[in-house]
Design a protein around this ligand. Sequence first.
Ligand code: NAD
Length: 480
Amino acid sequence: MAMHANLIDGEWVEAPNASENRNPSNLSDVVGLYAQADAKQAEQAIDAAAAAFPGWAAATPQQRFDVLDAAGTEILARKEELGRLLSREEGKTLPEGIAEAGRAGQIFKFFAGETLRVAGDRLDSVRPGVIAEVTREPIGVVGLITPWNFPIAIPAWKIAPALAYGNCVVLKPADLVPGCAWALADILKRAGLPKGVLNLVLGRGSVVGEAILQSPKVAAVSFTGSVATGRHVAQRCIEGPAMKKFQLEMGGKNPFVVLDDADVEVAANAALNGAFFSTGQRCTASSRLIVTEGIHDRFVDTLTGKLKALKVDNALKEGTQIGPVVDQRQLDQDLDYLKIGQDEGAKLTWGGERLNRETEGFYLQPALFTETDNAMRINREEIFGPIATVIRAKDYESALEIANDTEFGLSSGIATTSLKHAEHFKRNSDAGMVMVNLPTAGVDYHVPFGGRKNSSYGSREQGRYAIEFYTTVKTSYAQP
Ligand code: NAD
């Protein structure tokens, strides 16, 4: 099997080692052989990006538009095939994989348009005769470090704005999902990107990631992943040798509040989708379902009924609603938390068993804990699997308090038919994204994405807000 190589300075460069990318729905299926770069290759990629930067920074908006637009067109045209690759390497269902690939295409289209809309300010100075101008410039070489759970959308939502605003990129995707990142790099190379502007370095976080964090030639790092790695990225970016700008998107423990006046079907469907779809492996997953007394039992019954009907199977099989867990390590973590929850006194109302299917994979029955308390570890720590908890609340006020009582603040939701409570929740929920009668997961590509507290650090990703991270502002004064 041929190795999928790294893209360095416009060339495909094989690495000293390679690793097998295996399908979590079918462990005998090898998706491909992918490069495992060493630190030297990472440095070569960074050097190539640094050399390409002056040219790309000076490219016209039209040149950047053309590349991003062409990449978006190809991704959209190939979304079925790319979606299949995604589902095969990550394990989310085929419709989810195709939707994510489509979203990546839309993101490139969006940022193609944004290349034409970079504006500045020109002001009269407070000093007579002086003119003040505020302009935006690219930052330089940006290191992009991405997680495994959105293998094409997250690289896309970092690469597209980075390139749109004139930066050069070194992308280090998660080791579990090199396939989508490789396909993206291939598409961008053929879309006419000058050599060195985008470099792909596949490999370990401790090797390739560290090389990016330690290089004085990297001006900024955009990271998505766990809080623990995020903290480490932040420390490295600050301690030098050269301080870097950084942006971190991390974990969640997202609350979904269900009030007595909610439509129980709407609430249960939103909870089902938010908590369990994509195998619960979403940073925006509704992991804590906070339910007021009057609707509690009806909601739990309705949700449990829907959970029992879910089809858990091979991600590529028609009709599958929940694919496998991504790998053995994540499965072990899920099983640990299932035990921790029961040891803490939570009631496992449904699910949690390891499942066998036609093909050998990491199948887990989605699980629902009830009678839980917000102080339990299962309500405080991110599990990142198809496991949700129900917490009883006296009324709206106590539900809101429980919702905000967490170290995270990425997404939150409420199911209610009360305008008063919906508006109050939107204003007072301590999260970066708030949903009313909608799942906590599932967002648009043209508006900002991000959270508060330990979920995010730095400026927002996506939409027009992405410009804050991928440009630096210059203020100039002139006396004509
Ligand atoms: P992770 O933190 O283990 O890894 C993320 C990336 O960091 C990977 O590419 C990894 O190789 C790299 N890395 C690891 N060690 C490194 C090091 N020492 N130096 C540099 N890079 C290093 O996270 P994961 O398991 O891939 O993803 C799951 C996590 O991502 C969850 O916590 C989830 O909530 C979070 N996530 C957050 C968002 C968001 O936008 N807030 C979106 C998706 C996922």
